[in-house]
Write a protein that binds this ligand. Sequence first.
Ligand code: NDP
Length: 264
Amino acid sequence: MQLFTIFGNPVSHSKSPLMHNLAFQGLGYDGVYIRYKLEDGSQLREKFFELGISGANITVPHKESAFKACDELDTFAKKVGAVNTIVNRDGKLYGYNTDAPGFLKAISEFEDIKRVLFLGAGGTAQATSVILRDAGYEVTILNRSVKRLEHYKKEGFKTFTFEDFKINEPFDLVVNMTSAGLEDDYLPCPVEILEEVVPSSKACVDVIYGKETPFLKFAKERDKPTKDGSDMLLYQGIIAFEYFTNHQYSFDEIKPYMKQAFIL
Ligand code: NDP
């Protein structure tokens, strides 16, 4: 039997063990998925081999350590500097980023989207902004503090803080990429800005999952189609599972089993 895990700190809240174990069971694959609280990211590689793990997901705060722990990186993971999936192939660690493709797939279910506004400029926004741009979307970043915007400016993205924000053309999609609303009742930006961008948008997405955030509530009250972060989480898991099982199963074969984790 192959062993898989999620490394992170904290990990007790993670849905990944349930998602992957449901898929192993449903598809009859001889694997089991556990959770491992890792305090020190620099020990990731050592722990991987010590525990005899075949594949792992990596969550906060170790995605950059995971990037450093790999022997080989796929092109996209190399580009964004963050790894959330590692596969052990004959003693070599191969690193991938499935968060961003998961997000891309989740938003591609909305039609006619071209101009996207990200509220937030943290780690999740970094990889997802790059994959969206590569896929032909026009991404603008709005963030509370100016510091995190420096990186995006260098990468050629249009950036704003709350103070200098202005729009020329409406955004098709507005995404809450911040942690505002996760453990509090804050909106991700001043309500005046939301009044400017949400009513003229075609849809709104929150990367936070499992609850109706103030941002999603605001969008629903304006009759916008919405999505929380559940599809992003589900899809990054399915793509990771494809790597874990060496593409023995297709996305659509894995999906119904993994999806059960969201209705239990
Ligand atoms: P980071 O800590 O890297 O970045 C946090 C961002 O949120 C910063 O831009 C920060 O702005 C902003 N922010 C935090 N609080 C507020 C607030 N009260 N008002 C305005 N802006 C605020 O976080 P991550 O990128 O790692 O995570 C962001 C979110 O994505 C989290 O909620 C996380 O749960 C979710 N997530 C969801 C996933 C999924 O599969 N659905 C996967 C990964 C993450 P500033 O620079 O000013 O501090």
